[in-house]
Ligand binder design. Structure first.
Ligand code: GSH
Length: 221
């Protein structure tokens, strides 16, 4: 491939983290453009010219600009078909896409409802919504835990987009749930290991893949 991959991202974005994960796991070089959320760099004209919604992640590859983390994963998977991120057999494809869709449709909305008030200081006003989101997330995590009771990874024994899409989302929930602000809610704080043991083991498996730890959001370290 003769054109450079460039990734625009923000520290702590679970969507950008998905892309960083696959690039790191497969040891792919790319040019990193870290945007500073506190300076609203994602809303500056030079970035809006690339992505009118001012969101990350954005992948630039030559003339091509790709938004949406899942679309970026699909694109990278077509550049590197040996990754088989979206499976090889009909059954694998169905399992992987089912998981991706469930994360996007059933988990991400509650992720936003849960983490935004905790991270951005509106918890007092949004307490009921945060607790509701936490309950929905816990339910979704118990389903994932059941899936992982009999599987090494979400789509079997091979790392796939199902794992890549899900992992940063869970890490963000875990991080929010253990923030000082969240303690006031008296949630049964998410301890994946205790409450969802198979999910806890799976998180550890992903973390043990070489390259993954280096993708942790810089401001978490
Ligand atoms: N569905 C999109 C979600 C992208 C998204 O929500 N990005 C957030 C970061 S987590 C963002 O760029 N927020 C900055 C803003 O909207 O100003 C994807 O999967 O890429």
């Amino acid at each position: 491939m003769n054109q450079t991959l460039e990734l625009f991202w923000i520290s702590g974005s679970p969507f950008a983290w998905r892309v960083q994960l696959v690039l790191a796991i497969h040891n792919i070089d790319y040019v990193s453009h870290l945007l500073d959320l506190s300076k609203k760099e994602q809303k500056q004209p030079n970035y809006l010219a690339l992505n009118p919604r001012g969101q990350v992640p954005l992948l630039r590859h030559g003339e091509l600009l790709v938004r949406e983390s899942v679309a970026i994963l699909v694109y990278l998977d077509s550049l590197y078909p040996e990754w088989q991120l979206f499976g090889n057999t009909s059954q694998d494809k169905a399992v992987i896409w089912q998981q991706v869709c469930e994360v996007e449709n059933l988990i991400v909305p509650y992720l936003r409802q849960f983490v935004i008030p905790i991270f951005f200081g509106s918890l007092e006003d949004k307490k009921d919504e945060v607790i509701e989101a936490y309950e929905k997330l816990s339910y979704e995590f118990s389903i994932l835990n059941d899936v992982l009771e009999n599987k090494d990874l979400l789509a079997g024994d091979r790392l796939s987009a199902a794992d890549i899409v899900t992992y940063p989302v869970l890490k963000l929930v875990e991080r929010a749930a253990t923030r000082e602000a969240a303690k006031k809610l008296n949630l049964d704080l998410l301890s994946f290991e205790k409450k969802h043991p198979y999910l806890g083991e799976w998180l550890q498996k992903i973390e043990n893949i070489p390259g993954v730890v280096n993708t942790y959001p810089p401001h978490w370290r």
